[in-house]
Design a protein around this ligand. Structure first.
Ligand code: NAP
Length: 268
């Protein structure tokens, strides 16, 4: 308890999933939390559930005007921001028409996924740097993905956009260090975290159970991750415990990226 006392944190995509779990954990650790999302109904409800030291704002991360409005409010009301978690992201499977493979992908869908996943993160960093540097203090945590590190044959735009997040994080980290802004920037790479993001891929009932079991078999730790597994990693990088850490990528994937396919299994 108390690892973020007196800190002001803004989290994108906080109405559900990893963003919501992060908001709850930050709040539990004493932070004032600004939850943002495009899903206003669930976002408002999540903030209401937290009660004091929380508020909800509409923020579509792909729209620069939305970022400007939220940061104008932050400047006027609080005069600062200590922590930004760029969490909002989409696979594109639900909102865009696809296909999503590198041979036949739909360009409009490709652009939409990049607008949310990579432009959204870049815009968040842009406005966070401008306000955080005033107090020479800040931590930015960007949620990339294991897909930002390895290829995804059926999610080309998602993988490409998450790779952009991974790289931009390091650029922001070095830029802020070079300018002595006191701002750190790190990326987190979740893999196989059971949230609603998976619903369209897993389906329901027996099919869902079968696919989840199959997924668990492929994770070295033998289970899918929870939103809290990721939130705990975000908390560490956001907190002062990580004050000498910038520009890193932290995998939260049950060991998926630790190994490789076609490795000796002992059964040969
Ligand atoms: P989720 O359950 O789908 O939640 C994402 C939230 O972001 C939703 O509330 C969604 O609102 C919101 N959102 C969508 N577009 C937005 C926009 N333009 N601006 C602001 N908010 C927007 O996803 P999650 O699993 O928690 O994932 C969170 C992050 O972790 C994403 O960046 C994702 O790529 C990354 N990640 C997840 C996994 C995983 O296995 N779950 C693995 C690797 C990386 P709507 O409900 O209206 O869509």
């Amino acid at each position: 308890m108390g690892r973020l006392v007196n800190k002001l944190a803004l989290i994108t995509g906080a109405a559900r999933g990893i963003g919501k779990a992060t908001a709850e954990l930050f709040h539990q650790e004493g932070a004032m939390v600004i939850l943002t999302d495009i899903n206003d109904v669930d976002g408002e409800a999540a903030a209401k559930q937290l009660g004091e030291r929380s508020e909800y704002c509409h923020l579509d991360v792909g729209k620069e005007d939305d970022w400007k409005a939220v940061f104008r409010m932050l400047g006027e009301k609080y005069g600062r921001l200590d922590i930004l978690v760029n969490n909002a992201g989409i696979t594109g499977y639900v909102l865009t028409k696809g296909p999503h493979d590198p041979e036949y992908f739909d360009l409009e869908s490709w652009r939409h996924v990049h607008t949310i996943n990579s432009d959204g993160v870049a815009l968040g960093c842009k406005y966070a740097i401008q306000i955080m540097k005033k107090h020479c203090y800040g931590s930015i945590v960007n949620i990339s993905s294991r897909a930002g590190i390895v290829g995804m044959p059926l999610a080309a735009a998602y993988a490409s956009s998450k790779a952009a997040v991974r790289n931009h994080t390091k650029t922001v980290a070095l830029y802020c260090a070079r300018n002595q802004y006191g701002i750190r920037c790190n990326s987190i790479h979740p893999g196989a975290i059971l949230t609603q993001m998976w619903d369209c891929m897993l389906g329901e009932g027996e099919r869902r159970e079968r696919l989840v079991r199959k997924m668990c078999d492929q994770v070295p730790l033998g289970r899918m991750g929870t939103p809290l597994d990721v939130a705990n990693a975000v908390l560490y990088l956001a907190s002062d415990e990580a004050e000498y850490i910038t520009g890193i990528e932290l995998n939260v994937d049950g060991g998926i990226l630790a190994g490789s396919a076609a490795a000796p299994s002992g059964d040969e």
